[in-house]
Design a protein around this ligand. Structure first.
Ligand code: ZN
Length: 238
């Protein structure tokens, strides 16, 4: 039987054997519970980095920590705003402290290499702060070889990747959660495109670039594109 790469699915002796020598990398997904429009579940910011981390871990013999399922406050320009029902956010201090504590616990177990895999833009600087505090305190405790990289999955979505996955162009530029969930074939039943396509046209918010969808809805042009390019349950049509 193939061993799970998910830390939470291991018994502690196996986890201990894998990490105590300090050579196994731990990937820590960090997301948010956040609205993503009328058509989508509220977990893409957790779902995407966790799925990516799991696939990477299998290929490099790493482990994936249980994801941080809540994130910093959703902002108007990147997450639709913290006022939306369902969006459930942490104060920056809470998120920073949680990350610091978790990193220090991994270090206590023997882990010396961690990659933070972020799925929620607003978390970015709080991740940096959590890492900074953890490394500072670990140094005070004599642990000086603990290293962390902070990554956001969209950093690795190149224009070439978008062109490969969406040769006919894409409704939201290819970097949004709505883009990746169908592309990765993740839980297609959670993306309710029938709901999207039935929504009223609500126009565009002033700060968005031409062609981008306002939070919670689709502009006329994008709705037409979505109808053309998606098939509910199958992801992206080829
Ligand atoms: Zn987000």
């Amino acid at each position: 039987m193939t061993r799970s790469v998910m830390i939470a699915e291991l018994a502690w002796p196996e986890y201990d054997r894998l990490v105590r020598h300090g050579k196994t990398t731990v990937l820590l997904p960090i997301g948010a519970l956040e609205q993503h429009g009328h058509h989508m579940s509220m977990n893409p910011d957790v779902l995407l980095p966790t799925a990516m981390a799991e696939r990477v871990a299998r290929s490099i013999d790493a482990l994936v920590a249980p994801p941080i399922a809540y994130g910093y406050k959703s902002q108007q320009k990147s997450g639709g705003g913290n006022h939306m029902p369902g969006t459930t956010s942490l104060d920056g201090l809470t998120l920073t402290s949680m990350l610091k504590d978790v990193l220090k616990e991994f270090a206590r177990h023997g882990v010396r290499k961690v990659a933070m895999v972020n799925g929620h833009f607003e978390n970015s600087m709080f991740i940096v702060e959590g890492v900074d505090l953890a490394i500072r305190e670990l140094r005070w405790e004599g642990i000086k070889d603990f290293s962390v990289v902070a990554l956001s999955y969209w950093d690795f979505v190149t224009d070439e990747t978008i062109r490969t996955i969406y040769p006919r162009g894409h409704v939201e530029g290819g970097r949004s959660p709505a883009s990746h969930i169908p592309a990765l074939r993740l839980l297609p039943d959670q993306t309710r495109l029938d709901t999207v396509l039935g929504m009223p046209v609500i126009g565009q918010a002033g700060f968005r670039r031409e062609g981008q969808a306002p939070a919670g809805g689709l502009c006329r042009r994008n709705r037409a594109r979505a109808a053309d390019r998606f098939r509910p349950g199958l992801g992206v049509s080829r």
